[in-house]
Design a protein around this ligand. Structure first.
Ligand code: DX5
Ligand code: ZN
Length: 222
């Protein structure tokens, strides 16, 4: 499957966000991955709902909102500007009523994602398959950029792809997030991932420009 690039805006220069968005437009990336944290579900705080509103005003690139917050359904009203091409993704453990929360996302008219922490088994998605457009496999523990890949997550991606395909859900995307370096992206693509969150180890690697990095990334996941 043709892979899609979703640069993580947590890694842009926050004093030059609009400049960096223009570079990502030039690089023709597919999504803008935006991490929202609450210092509770994960021990960190990054980008905010106001930031998302500002981003929507300056670009047409679809956004991929990754909510690392407890009880996310209490915050969905902040996302009313989103449209059909955008993703909203919640974590399996972040609410008692996962099914209801996913239904609420669908009713917002956006694409629906469910994120699995490294320790969360893939089987939890089985009864939620009709409600999903994407499963996000965290390949590091969520919360921080610059961590090392948990190697067993490669096998998890492969097992998830098999599960989705066998159950007749081959249209559900697998997104990977965490140390998706060029080298790891190739392996993840082979295992069946198709949306790649690019952070400090790829799109924003200091070894080349953002545009060059995206070109290199595109070749690897095509
Ligand atoms: C958290 C973030 C990070 C990060 C990925 O959900 O999305 O995982 O920016 O970039 P790396 O791991 O390459 O720094
Ligand atoms: Zn993320």
């Amino acid at each position: 499957m043709e892979g899609k690039i979703a640069p993580s805006l947590m890694c842009v220069d926050l004093l030059n966000v609009e400049r960096d968005i223009k570079l990502l437009e030039e690089a023709k990336v597919d999504y803008l991955h935006i991490d929202v944290m609450d210092n509770h579900f994960v021990p960190n705080v990054t980008l905010s709902f106001d930031f998302i509103k500002s981003i929507k005003k300056v670009t047409d690139i679809p956004v991929d909102i990754h909510l690392m917050i407890d009880n996310p359904e209490e915050s969905f009203h902040y996302l009313e500007d989103l449209t059909a091409e955008d993703f909203v993704c919640i974590h399996y453990e972040s609410t008692t009523h996962t099914h209801r929360a996913l239904g609420m996302i669908k009713n917002m008219g956006v694409k629906v994602g469910l994120a699995l922490n490294p320790g969360t088994p893939i089987g939890v998605i089985e009864d939620l398959l009709p409600d999903l457009d994407m499963v996000l496999v965290m390949t590091v523990n969520p919360g921080f950029a610059g961590q090392k890949l948990i190697p067993s997550m490669l096998d998890k991606i492969g097992r998830l792809r098999v599960l989705l395909d066998e159950k007749g859900y081959d249209h559900i995307s697998i997104e990977v997030d965490g140390n998706v370096s060029f080298e790891h992206a190739k392996l993840m693509h082979e295992k069946g991932a198709d949306i790649f969150v690019g952070g400090s180890s790829s799109v924003f690697s200091k070894e080349a420009s953002v545009v060059e990095n995206c070109k290199k990334f595109r070749k690897i996941i095509s």
